[in-house]
Design a protein around this ligand. Sequence first.
Ligand SMILES: [Zn+2]
Length: 286
Amino acid sequence: MDFVWSRQLGKARVSVISDGTGWWLIERAFPDVPEDELRQFMELDAKTRFKQGFNVAHVSLPGASILLDSGFGEYGTPEQVGAILAVQDIEFTPGVIAGLATLGVRPQDVTHVLISHTHGDHVTGATKTAGGRKLPAFPTARCYAMAVEWLAPPDWHQGVEAIEREKAALDAAGVMELVDGEREIVPGVRFIPAPGESPGFAITRVDAGPEVVYYVGELFNHPAEFAHPEWIRRYRDCETLLATRQRCLARFADERALVIMSHYHFPSIGRVERSGGGYRWVPYDG
Ligand SMILES: [Zn+2]
């Protein structure tokens, strides 16, 4: 099963692991956009749904093994997760830990887990149940989140109980590092505030020399949002998210960076180029 993508980019080995796929309804993902406009950017099935992915990333550098978001973990069955996230026909892959194993990375090898935000598909994989207790899934890793994200209550539309359990378990294990503002986690890896999807949302920049790679989580979910950064889902802080997207698009294009999105088609890595007055996605072909 093809669910792990990996390349050596400069001094970093960068990998994308698919945790699953699912079908988004356009009226949930793009509630205010006419269907014929969306069809210019995506294929829709008979139920006006488009297929998306659930991806996390891993960066291996000398002395550091960094997981960027942790995936579903024990969030629930595909049906339970689908009901929480309003995503249909979810299919799981063998998962993040199995994907890391194909890279020769054991859970105890992971040194850092960077959590973009506390929505369940990004955070609940950071623990696992053992002996009736929820414990860190990556037992020697420090876990990082923006303080404003971690200290806020979970969004009501993301499965509050599962996320509260996850946060409590990580807090009890003493593995959390709460971050205020931009921080260099290890040399060349920066955790950067990018508010809007949630108040404490963060992206990660990896200077792999010569390549720069950004893991952007769901700051963007689909390349259509590069052309139309104003296309934003419900329950988000639209003004803040639009400003963050515009700032980041300019930065990604200026740096000719590679960008990894959580929810585009695996492997969901490409560059952002200026096009007309806006931006477009160019899939990575290396
Ligand atoms: Zn997500």
